[in-house]
Write a protein that binds this ligand. Structure first.
Ligand code: GUN
Length: 284
């Protein structure tokens, strides 16, 4: 079998056109959706992510505000800034780019963000809402993956989904969302013994472990849908996912490439969450 490659870039582009239209509608009502981004330190990957987030905001008409701090900044200074942003009317979403320097406890920072402006969906209130099936903010990468699955008309209900990875940003919320949508969910991770015993049974296999080519052909059932969240470098320095794409594509029915699969969806869903925040705050 040769798989269909899920074109995340094209799907994201389509979604961003829709988002741009929603922003225009809000502007007619006198609301300019606004995102505040806090960036701490000199991490080059974080700088790139933040730059891409700001560019995406600009392209869709969302206002973005960047606050940069040196790595030596204190937790108190950051929390004070977040409190100020919580009260600002033109800021609907607040995002603190992770990871933060070691001396700062990210939990304290995330908990300072108003749950109503927590467009990353990392605040314990939003995590609780997701677990109990209430409407709140959902982390952008899992939300983007659900959008990709909807775009290929994949029926989640009743399927066996195996999520490899248990991070707070991707693995755990991904598993919870799939469970909320009536999938039977297995969570595996880098320490799972005999991983292939689980992954081989997956109708839907989602890999987010952060290890280059971690899943090979032997891990995948014929006809499975494979979603690769990884963003790694291979031996030659080339960007690659957690899945050995060239081999797995021969057994999967659908597969996401890296780059151009899940990646473009993450920022797109962030924009969608900013619009949702702007609407909620203005009771639209
Ligand atoms: N660092 C890596 N991914 C993310 C994300 O989705 N949000 C934030 N705030 N930081 C990140």
């Amino acid at each position: 079998m040769s798989s269909v490659i899920i074109d995340g870039k094209a799907i994201a582009k389509k979604k961003r056109i829709e988002i741009k239209r929603k922003v225009e509608q809000l502007k007619i009502q006198g609301i300019i959706p606004g995102l505040a981004v806090i960036l701490v330190g000199e991490d080059s990957a974080s700088k790139t992510y933040v730059r891409n987030k700001q560019k995406a905001c600009m392209e869709t008409g969302i206002q973005s505000f960047l606050f940069e701090y040196e790595a030596s900044v204190t937790e108190t200074v950051l929390i004070e800034k977040i409190k100020e942003l919580n009260d600002k009317e033109d800021v609907h979403g607040i995002l603190v780019q992770l990871p933060l320097p070691k001396h700062i406890n990210p939990k304290n920072i995330i908990q300072a963000i108003s749950p109503d402006k927590d467009v990353d969906g990392f605040h314990p209130i939003n995590i609780g809402k997701m677990v109990s099936g209430e409407d709140g903010f959902v982390p952008c990468t899992p939300l983007g993956i659900i959008h990709l699955l909807n775009e290929i008309n994949y029926t989640i209900r009743g399927k066996h989904a195996v999520v490899v990875g248990r991070s707070n940003i991707v693995g755990k919320p991904m598993a919870q969302l799939l469970l909320n949508m009536d999938a039977t969910v297995t969570i595996c991770h880098s320490k799972t013994n005999q991983l292939e015993n689980y992954t081989k049974n997956a109708d839907l296999l989602i890999c987010a472990v952060g290890k280059a080519k971690f899943l090979g052909k032997n891990h995948v059932k014929d006809g499975a849908v494979v979603i690769d969240v990884g963003m790694n470098r291979d031996e030659t320095g080339k960007l690659c996912g957690d899945v050995d794409f060239n081999h797995v594509k021969d057994v999967a029915s659908y597969i996401t490439p890296v780059p151009g699969g899940v990646g473009p969806m993450t920022i797109t869903m962030l924009l969608e969450n900013v619009i949702k925040a702007a609407k909620n705050i203005n009771k639209i």
